[in-house]
Design a protein around this ligand. Structure first.
Ligand code: PMP
Ligand code: GLN
Length: 390
């Protein structure tokens, strides 16, 4: 038989699925894959259920239902003062995952260079490679994850087509500052490059920090495609409703990619998400405040157990340093061990690197009920107390 696709043949199953399966097998509390353990807002779920029953279940329009596109444009204006055309400036996708691929398809030709920032979300590199583009990796260093400006500038060149930026960032919890974004904007303008902005955690940012879309910086609106996810904004990760906002000329091409990927997204979910995006400001601040309290709980607990913890300013995750525990295992082995033996799953941060990763950090999800986080800490504590001395 002829060989199948070489790149996919070399791509393993995503670490999120691997660790979730291991967690299930061992009855572990899953602080690995990032998903809340409670339902999203009842009125939104109810609206989706009702929308299934009122005879609008055929293909919705290619780029999304008008009411959702209008709600996305209105949210861009309400939260960031962005002026997005509700008809030609928005494309609804089946999750941010599809949006990322569609945006990359819209902009890249084979041989183009793409600047990616490590640690990086799992779909970025395989998709860039599948499209025949060339990744230029720039690495943020723990514990501060500051932007290495000289290295970033050096990664840009005449063939740079775009930068893929994730803020708030998975797995680090970093929220890029205005100064960092201004530096990035300068590079994009100087090299006539685009940015694909993965902002799925835009509303999950903790007090004292503010999420700033790169698109809001001077000159950037014409160069940026901004991606949001209803899964994150409404704690309904299984819904897979994403949306891309940007200049019509670029969004039109995202639509062309989308028509060849999924073509449309379930209409009842789109209608419910449109209602969700119109929720009062209090919904969004409560969402962030609730999550912040859970971060605080897990962070303090991990510190009590002897882990080092890195600052998480947004998103679902906290990075923990296993070095102070004085065990010989690397992060992947440690993650397996605690899943199998302690009954708590986490993700090894090395999975977010293309090569030569740091090997002593774990990513723990804190988007769980407080009692579940307490139980996970208790299990880890019992396991650590029982382990043989290093
Ligand atoms: N980007 C990042 C950074 C993520 O963490 C995730 C995971 N939820 C996604 C994209 C995918 O979002 P969705 O579930 O809407 O496809
Ligand atoms: N974004 C989620 C995470 O980082 C996982 C999504 C997935 O499993 N594809 O945990």
């Amino acid at each position: 038989m002829k060989p199948v696709n070489t790149l996919l043949g070399q791509t393993g199953t995503t670490i999120f699925t691997v660790m979730s399966a291991l967690a299930t097998r061992h009855g572990a509390i899953n602080l690995g894959q990032g998903f809340p353990d409670t339902e999203g807002p009842a009125d939104i779920v109810q609206a989706a259920a009702a929308a299934l029953l009122d005879q609008r279940n055929q293909y919705p329009p290619l780029t999304g239902l008008p009411e959702l596109k209008a709600a996305v444009a209105a949210a861009n204006a309400r939260f960031y003062g962005l002026d997005i055309d509700p008809v030609s400036g928005v494309c609804v996708t089946s999750g941010a995952t599809e949006a990322i691929t569609a945006c990359l398809m819209a902009l890249l030709n084979p041989g183009d260079e793409v600047v990616l920032i490590e640690p990086l979300y799992d779909t970025y590199l395989p998709v860039v490679r599948m499209l025949g583009a060339v990744a230029r990796l720039v690495r943020l260093e723990p514990p501060g994850w500051a932007l290495p400006r000289a290295a970033l500038a050096a990664a840009f060149g005449p063939r740079t087509k775009l930068l893929l930026l994730n803020t708030p960032m998975n797995p680090t919890g970093k929220v890029f500052t205005r100064e960092e974004l201004a530096f990035i904007a300068g590079l994009l303008a100087a090299h006539d490059a685009y940015a694909v902005c993965d902002e799925v955690y835009e509303h999950l940012v903790f007090r004292s920090t503010r999420h700033i879309p790169l698109m809001t910086l001077p000159g950037m609106a014409a160069r940026c495609l901004r991606i949001g996810s209803a899964g994150k904004t409404f704690s309904l990760t299984g819904w897979k409703v994403g949306y891309v906002s940007g200049p019509p000329a670029l969004v039109e091409l995202v639509g062309r990619a989308h028509q060849n990927l999924t073509f449309t997204t379930a209409p009842n979910l789109q209608r419910a998400v449109a209602l969700g995006l119109a929720k009062p400001d209090a919904y969004f601040t409560t969402l962030a405040d609730t999550l912040q309290a859970r971060r605080d709980l897990l962070e303090a607990g991990l510190q009590r157990l002897g882990f080092g913890t890195l600052q998480a300013a947004g998103g679902y995750f906290i990075t923990a340093d296993i070095t102070p525990l004085g065990m010989a295992a690397d992060d992947a082995a440690f993650a397996r061990m605690i899943t199998e033996q302690a009954g708590v799953a986490a993700i090894p941060v090395s999975a977010f690197y293309a090569a030569n990763p740091p090997s002593h950090y774990l990513r723990f999800a804190f988007c769980k009920q407080p009692a579940v986080l307490e139980e996970a800490l208790q299990r880890l504590g019992t396991w650590l107390a029982a382990r043989p001395a290093a």
